[in-house]
Design a protein around this ligand. Structure first.
Ligand code: NAP
Length: 485
């Protein structure tokens, strides 16, 4: 498609697709081909004011906030069904915009639909209670919505993370403004259209693509925004938290990670050694990527060999091809950054066993592809062992004994995810309790479940998404005391 033929996507405010007040628009790219997918309106501060005013008036109008639990649940269920009905189109759009394999996108779109279904089911279960009090009367608590919530989303899982925020926020009766990442706004905009089709009143869900430094920051300081839910880098999350502090906004942050995959010598080595997508899934652009692998010395050589062999077999290619396992990175600039980390690893003396370069050939020359890099003999002080690379680069290190494994695992500023591989149940329980992380999986890389809280400790964030805990972030507890006479 010629750049001039690319469709135009507007902002979504008050149920209408509109251009930005300034008229600004920006091309959105396919990182696997370099083609322009669409021109998207770029919101500015005036659009933030309009969207927040709309969200506030829809909230105060009460059509959604005061809808019964059953009415809200029905709209969320209809939205889940509409996502399923449009799943293939959404998955292909996500893959074209992010560069990720279409199989991964299908899973994420399916998870988005399940997320609305899950929170529809939670609505009637999540309320206040009666409280026995030592005074003559009755104590009651209510769960009230917070008000206008600003939801800021990164580019790596654009649709899934949007649904993780929008579904619980709407379930509790809030009105929201979503700020998608500039690189990947397309499926969020489609979600907005589907929500209207599902019967969500106009103005309850507003979507504002635009530069984070302007739009995200304006939302973080807007006096009518009561809550910010941010997913992105630790650096920007920290700045959002500071901006939100003056108004004592409710803030939840899902930030970066440097998660550890801890492999003991008694583990099922065939499974542990083949778990390359625990770090290379989504081309390593995953906050949960197990970008450090700690292996007990007795199994170290065997593990490295297995991991390298499975990496050698990875199919890098066209994201829309069902056989592809790794697509493109989000942009040439990001690939350059990732490659810089690989050069740093080599310079600091880590052993590059495979990958760490740009593949060549027709398809590869058009997009931001990169060969997954496996480093062995990494030491904890190296840059590649400490910093979040957010690309397909893994650092493998040996350890001796449980205590050293725990010390190494805890030896970064992050604490988001992780895996542990062992057949010893006692050790599994000791180690999962000792690792400073919000989430950890045993004998699998699968750690994100809709029904379970997800989030980090240390500089990986504050608060939990998913599960019933997300509803706590999108509601306020109100205590009511009724005198006995
Ligand atoms: P990012 O640069 O921090 O951006 C995240 C979002 O914040 C984008 O929508 C961005 O808009 C916006 N933003 C940028 N500057 C802002 C500012 N000054 N004020 C308010 N908002 C601002 O992160 P990213 O590069 O998109 O995503 C990668 C990072 O996200 C990684 O560190 C990764 O670990 C983290 N992440 C964490 C989780 C989790 O659940 N813990 C999940 C996924 C990703 P623009 O796109 O316009 O810049």
């Amino acid at each position: 498609m010629a750049e001039s033929d690319a469709p135009f996507e507007g902002l979504l405010i008050d149920g209408k697709r509109i251009p930005a007040a300034s008229g600004a628009r920006s091309p959105v790219m396919n990182p696997a081909t370099g083609e322009v997918l669409a021109h998207v309106a770029q919101a500015g501060v005036a659009d933030v004011d309009a969207a927040v005013a709309t969200a506030r008036s829809s909230y105060e109008g009460g059509a959604w906030r005061r809808a019964t639990a059953g009415e809200r649940a029905r709209v969320l269920l209809r939205l889940a069904e509409l996502i399923r009905a449009n799943a293939e189109e959404l998955a292909r759009l996500e893959s074209r915009n992010v560069g990720k394999p279409v199989g991964e996108s299908r899973g994420e779109i399916g998870m988005g639909a399940d997320c609305f279904q899950y929170y529809a089911g939670q609505i009637p279960t999540f309320g206040g209670r009666t409280v026995p009090v030592s005074a003559p009367g009755t104590g009651l608590t209510f769960r009230e919505p917070v008000g206008v919530c600003a939801l800021i989303v990164p580019w790596n899982f654009p649709f899934a993370i949007t649904t993780w925020k929008v579904a619980p926020a709407l379930a509790m009766g809030n009105s929201v403004v979503v700020k998608p990442a500039s690189a990947t706004p397309l499926t969020a905009l489609r979600l907005g259209a589907l929500a209207l089709e599902a019967g969500l009143p106009p103005g309850v869900l507003n979507i504002l693509p635009g530069p984070g430094g302007a739009v995200g920051a304006a939302l973080a300081v807007h006096p009518d925004v009561r809550k910010i839910s941010f997913t992105g880098s630790t650096e920007v999350g920290s700045s959002v938290m500071k901006l939100a502090a003056d108004d004592i906004k409710r803030v939840s942050l899902e930030l970066g990670g440097k998660s550890a995959n801890i492999v003991f010598a008694d583990a099922d080595m065939a499974k542990a050694g083949a778990a390359v997508f625990s770090v290379f899934g989504n081309a390593g652009q995953d906050c949960c990527a197990r970008s450090r692998v700690l292996v007990e010395r007795a199994a170290y050589a065997e593990f490295v060999e297995r991991f390298v062999e499975r990496t050698r077999a990875i199919r890098i290619g066209d994201p829309l091809d069902d056989a592809t396992e790794i697509g493109a990175l989000i942009s040439p600039q990001h690939r350059e950054k990732v490659d810089g980390y690989v050069r740093k690893g080599v310079e600091q003396g880590a052993r590059l066993c495979i990958g760490g370069k740009i593949p060549r050939g027709d398809l590869y020359d058009r997009g931001s592809f990169y060969e997954p890099a496996v480093f062995a003999d990494v030491t904890p002080d190296m840059v590649i062992a400490q910093e979040e690379i957010f690309g397909p680069v893994v650092s493998i290190m040996p350890f001796d004994g449980e205590d050293q494994a725990i010390k190494l695992a805890n030896g970064t500023i992050y604490g988001l995810s992780g895996s542990l591989w062992t057949r010893d149940i006692g050790r599994a329980l000791r180690v999962v309790r000792a690792v400073e992380t919000g989430v950890i999986a045993v004998n699998t890389s699968w750690s994100v479940h809709l029904e379970m809280p997800f989030g980090g400790v240390k500089r990986s964030g504050v608060g939990r998404e998913l599960g019933p805990s997300a509803l706590e972030h999108y509601s306020e507890l109100k205590s009511v005391f009724i005198a006995a006479d």
